[in-house]
Design a protein around this ligand. Structure first.
Ligand SMILES: O=C1O[C@H](COP(=O)(O)O)[C@@H](O)[C@H](O)[C@H]1O
Length: 270
């Protein structure tokens, strides 16, 4: 049965956020190198929230082949791409505007569909939301299906954050979307964290990736990490990210966030 087993998390804890950021940058560079050697490109999904700032270690770093990156969003909010709530806007401010990545390598939701998907009430926007999710799935299919011919896309790297309630991407505790096993991209209209309308990659996509790296830092995440890593039986969304072998899930955390974790930590090495 090897090849179809869920991986067990590898947890690396760093004494401070700076060390975490530098080590994460080296980890990403290694993943980039292996991916480009194998396939000539590096497919990455990026989250919003606190994650983009943790990618600062890549800015100005030698060896980053930005022209080989193909970037998608792990989740996105249904707001204009320059809106303060947009994950694309956040990533642009924190990272893309500071590095030489070609614009066409960053795959956003279709801006032409955002107005129709934003009408009130949400029930009148369902068709447009379906369309915007379908369009993003098609964007993924164009990138992956012809090249990798797999049932689900196999991202080289998915970079995730975890919210205080254990959500990741826009997969929230107790939401029916946690059972989605077919779609690559889905929409929600009832996110408990604003804004309510969002697109998200689904669990099958997360769990087919070659590598998923969660990043969490600061004492504010301490109880969440304890539950997610030590009590997976509670089924919080972040606990359910277990890419099938040979895929692997990593946790990059700092000691403040990891203070209550009983789960064994692994020394970081490349
Ligand atoms: O709403 C979101 O929240 C999560 C977690 O955010 P964080 O600020 O607690 O790191 C984030 O990963 C996701 O992309 C975002 O849309």
């Amino acid at each position: 049965m090897t090849g179809h087993q869920p991986s067990t998390p590898v947890v690396c804890s760093f004494s401070n956020p700076e060390e975490l950021i530098e080590s994460l940058a080296h980890f990403i560079l290694k993943a980039q190198k292996e991916s480009i050697q194998k396939k000539g490109r590096f497919t990455v999904a990026v989250s919003g929230g606190s994650l983009p700032e943790q990618l600062n270690g890549l800015i100005g770093k030698d060896g980053v082949k930005w022209d080989k990156w193909q970037v998608f969003y792990a989740d996105e909010r249904i707001v204009p791409l320059d809106h303060e709530d947009s994950n694309h806007a956040l990533c642009t401010t924190q990272l893309w505007s500071k590095v030489p990545i070609p614009q066409e390598n960053i795959h956003t939701i279709d801006p032409a569909l955002i107005d129709a998907a934003s009408v009130e009430p949400a029930s009148d926007a369902e068709d447009a939301l379906e369309e915007i999710a379908d369009a993003y799935e098609q964007e993924l299919i164009r990138e992956f299906a012809n090249k990798d011919s797999a049932r689900f896309p196999i991202f080289d790297l998915i970079l995730l954050g975890v919210g205080p309630d254990g959500h990741t991407c826009s997969l929230f505790p107790g939401h029916p979307l946690l059972s989605e096993d077919d779609r690559w991209v889905a929409y929600i209209t009832d996110s408990p964290k604003p804004p309510p309308r969002r697109l998200t990659l689904t669990f099958p996509v997360l769990n087919h990736a070659s590598r998923v790296a969660f990043v969490a830092s600061g004492a504010g995440k301490v109880d969440t990490l304890h539950t997610v890593l030590d009590k997976p039986e509670e089924g919080l969304p972040a606990s359910r990210v277990r890419p099938i072998s040979p895929g692997q899930v990593y946790w990059f955390v700092d000691d403040a966030a990891a203070a209550k974790i009983e789960y064994p930590k692994t020394p970081f090495k490349l």
